[in-house]
Design a protein around this ligand. Structure first.
Ligand code: PNS
Length: 175
């Protein structure tokens, strides 16, 4: 805590939370953009087994670590419980979220305001991906790949390979 009663945080550190089931090139684009604003970006992967993800949290973390291995200042971690508690525990000053289209806005706005209510010191920063990634989502990528379509260029190569492995193993797209 600071003398004024606020918790201590590092304004150079941001948390980029999400399900990342799986990481897409849209996420990678947001991570790179975030690194222009923050010295360190923690990609925090939610342990949300109740959402029946296609990939386990261990698989999602491993893929993200491999795909982001060359990115300086980027760390991949997992979290459960409230995001604001994780952010406070890591001493971060901000949460980063990507905004693709107006359709994302309502959900994101609700979450940002709820997080602010829970912890007034957590600022949410919205970032827009490059235009070529605006239509990409983890859900669509999974669906296309599991139905036999190509996702080359939409996800990092390691993710593309793991998606193909899942398909070969007969997995359903998940949620
Ligand atoms: O990639 P997603 O699924 O859109 O990410 C959603 C995520 C992980 C950011 C959100 O579900 C979350 O923060 N969950 C942790 C639990 C929590 O803090 N819930 C209250 C959020 S207002």
């Amino acid at each position: 805590m600071t003398p004024s009663g606020e918790r201590a945080y590092d304004p150079r550190v941001a948390v980029y939370p999400g399900s990342f089931d799986p990481l897409t090139n849209g996420h990678v684009d947001i991570i790179r953009r975030s690194r222009r604003l923050f010295d360190r970006v923690i990609v925090a992967i939610l342990v949300n087994e109740e959402k029946r993800p296609l990939f386990s949290v261990a698989e999602r973390v491993a893929m993200a670590r491999e795909a982001l291995a060359g990115e300086a200042g980027v760390e991949v971690d997992r979290f459960d419980g409230l995001l604001v508690d994780y952010v406070a525990g890591r001493g971060a000053g901000a949460v980063v979220r990507g905004l693709r289209a107006v359709s994302d806005f309502e959900y994101e706005y609700q979450m940002a305001l709820m997080n602010r209510r829970l912890d007034g010191q957590v600022e949410t920063v919205f970032m827009m991906p490059a235009e070529q990634y605006v239509y990409i989502s983890s859900r669509l990528v999974k669906e296309v790949c599991m139905l036999g379509g190509t996702v080359r260029g939409l996800v990092p190569p390691v993710v593309e390979q793991r998606l193909r492995d899942k398909r070969a193993a007969g997995a359903a797209p998940g949620e």
